[in-house]
Write a protein that binds this ligand. Structure first.
Ligand code: C2E
Ligand code: MG
Ligand code: MG
Length: 524
């Protein structure tokens, strides 16, 4: 039968090759030759088998027949066992990564009875695999190589699903240690993957779950994997219609964003940056605003992720850079102490190695002193262990443009990685500033960031200062630079000028911290 199938495939192949050929006679000849070849081989094969069975009968005789049958049966059993071993090996090892699959993982969990399970999901892997399976496989292999490099040999790592990996920590581990190991691995896995000319920035989600009495390893693993999907799809299992509407809304917003620059719908607002020692506004952070004719004012937290995902980061980033430089050069005219304007730059913009050239050209076009421009990078971007990025940042600093690390404290940067980069400012994230005077943990973090700033001789700014009490605590503990609603919300260009000219109001806000009465929080 297999020969028949093979011959059919061959003949069908010949037909395909010859579709449209003019020489039908040649084609018929080939088809006939193939057919005869197959018939001949099939006949020879069957004939040989028949002859063999006859010879066995003759040679062995009646007495030998059983011994031969037994030996054949023994061999068949051996063969079956060998096949089963191969099959098991195939089940136990993932075909692409070569890592153990979920079966040995579940068996080990079963044997241990309790313990900690860490899982990683490569977000968007299915989508990447859908449009470029080869690239997806290479990204996956790089991720696997990173996991293997980072994980101690005694841990069992399994490739449990297309873009999902699990680590079994067993029962003799402190869950906090497991959690911090998982965080560190996720951070390393999130580093840029370079394949040929392409760069992929993997996004990694993690889970850490405990196997306890009353739950089977199978259920724990299934639930953990399902929780990644629920996160992505926001309860799609139950709200599939709602999820579809969300996808449609996101798509519509993406379309609107594509035309927003041409329709002049973006604007910059400026939030004052305060130097408390000099009682002076040193500059502003430029924050993008999108006014859509029907949607109204859309917050950046909603549309910036879509800008990034839709590949518009460069285009929008260039608009921000130009608008900010234009404004800074307008304000800069003639003042002895020019204002510095800070812009937010995303990781995607830094993937373009020409970014330093764009900066230089923009500064030139607006006749702007490079020291009047600062770029803000989030901590994750700034601490990525990447030689190209380090070179790019060095180029930017060589231009005279300043670099600030935004949202500091929220990422996983090790101070040693940060020390390899030279930057000019650290912005303590609002998370640690909110109620800092009441929260010992935030106080510890602020203390160490302020000390780091002193050690590296760089400015430290506290973002999101909303109350006098927060300002007072930070000021008393060595922080000198501030930004937040307590001083001012982001303002239009005209209102910003009014703010800097009203020095008396700023002085009142900055009066000796101990004299300041408690002021109510300005947001909920
Ligand atoms: P960010 O760079 O950390 O900017 C600070 C955010 O905190 C701003 O929100 C600002 O309005 C807000 N903020 C400042 N002081 C306070 C305060 O006292 N209390 C509270 N609750 N919030 C305060 P915004 O303008 O909504 O921007 C959010 C984020 O969007 C920014 O965070 C930044 O990551 C991103 N973003 C804004 N503009 C741009 C841009 O031009 N390009 C890029 N790539 N991202 C931008
Ligand atoms: Mg910022
Ligand atoms: Mg920030």
């Amino acid at each position: 039968m297999r020969r028949l199938a093979l011959a059919s495939v061959f003949v069908a192949g010949a037909c395909l090759v010859h579709v449209g050929a003019e020489d039908l006679a040649t084609f018929a000849l080939i088809a006939a030759a193939v057919g005869c070849g197959w018939a001949g081989s099939a006949w020879r094969h069957d004939w040989k088998l028949w002859r063999l069975s006859q010879r066995l009968e003759v040679i062995s005789g009646e007495g030998q027949k059983i011994a031969i049958a037994e030996r054949l049966a023994e061999n068949a059993k051996g063969l079956e066992q060998a096949l089963a071993t191969i099959e098991r090996r195939l089940i136990e090892r993932h075909g692409v990564s070569g890592l153990p699959t979920r079966e040995p993982l579940l068996e080990q969990m079963e044997r241990d009875g309790s313990g900690v399970l860490g899982t990683f999901a490569l977000d968007d892997f299915e989508r990447l695999a859908g449009f470029d399976p080869d690239l997806a496989e290479r990204v996956l292999l790089e991720i696997v190589a990173r996991i293997v490099r980072m994980i101690p040999a005694e841990r069992l790592i399994a490739h449990v699903d297309q873009g999902h990996f699990a680590i079994w920590y067993g029962k003799d581990i402190d869950p906090l240690v497991a959690r911090s190991e998982i965080d560190a691995i996720a951070y390393a896995l999130g580093g840029r993957v370079k394949i040929d000319q392409r760069e992929i920035l993997p996004s990694i989600a993690t889970r850490c779950a405990a196997l306890v009495d009353g739950i089977t390893p199978q259920i724990l693993l299934t639930r953990t994997l399902a929780s990644f999907a629920l996160d992505d799809m926001q309860d799609t299992y139950e709200l599939s219609d709602q999820a579809i509407v969300q996808v449609q809304q996101r798509y519509a917003m993406e379309q609107d964003l594509r035309g927003a620059i041409h329709r002049n719908e973006f604007q910059l607002h400026f939030q004052p940056l305060i130097d408390a020692h000099r009682q002076w506004v040193t500059g502003a952070e430029a924050l993008i605003r999108w006014h859509h004719p029907e949607r109204g004012s859309v917050p950046p937290s909603l549309f910036i992720p879509i800008v990034e995902a839709a590949g518009l980061a460069e285009q929008v980033g260039m608009w921000v850079l130009n608008a900010a430089a234009r404004q800074a050069s307008e304000w800069g005219g003639g003042t002895a102490d020019p204002l510095r304007i800070a812009i937010n730059v995303s990781a995607n913009q830094l993937h373009d190695t020409k970014f330093a050239e764009y900066l230089s050209r923009t500064l030139h076009n607006h006749s702007l002193d490079p020291a009047c421009l600062e770029i803000e990078l989030t901590e994750g971007v700034a601490s990525a262990d990447d030689a190209d990025l380090a070179r790019l940042l060095a180029k930017i600093r060589a231009l005279g443009v300043k670099i600030a690390i935004d949202d500091f404290g929220t990422g996983y940067s090790s101070f040693s990685t940060l020390r390899q980069l030279t930057f000019d400012k650290i912005k303590i994230d609002r998370e640690f500033v909110t109620d800092v005077h009441l929260r010992p943990q935030s106080q510890a973090i602020c203390h160490s960031i302020i000390a780091l700033g002193r050690g590296l001789d760089i400015r430290v700014l506290a973002e999101g200062v909303e109350t006098a009490a927060e300002y007072r605590w930070l000021s008393q503990h060595g922080c000198r630079h501030f930004q937040g609603y307590y001083f001012s919300r982001p303002l239009s260009a005209a209102d910003f000028v009014t703010f800097i000219n009203d020095r008396a109001s700023l002085a009142a806000l900055l009066q000796s911290p101990s004299d300041i009465p408690q002021i109510e929080r300005m947001t909920s």
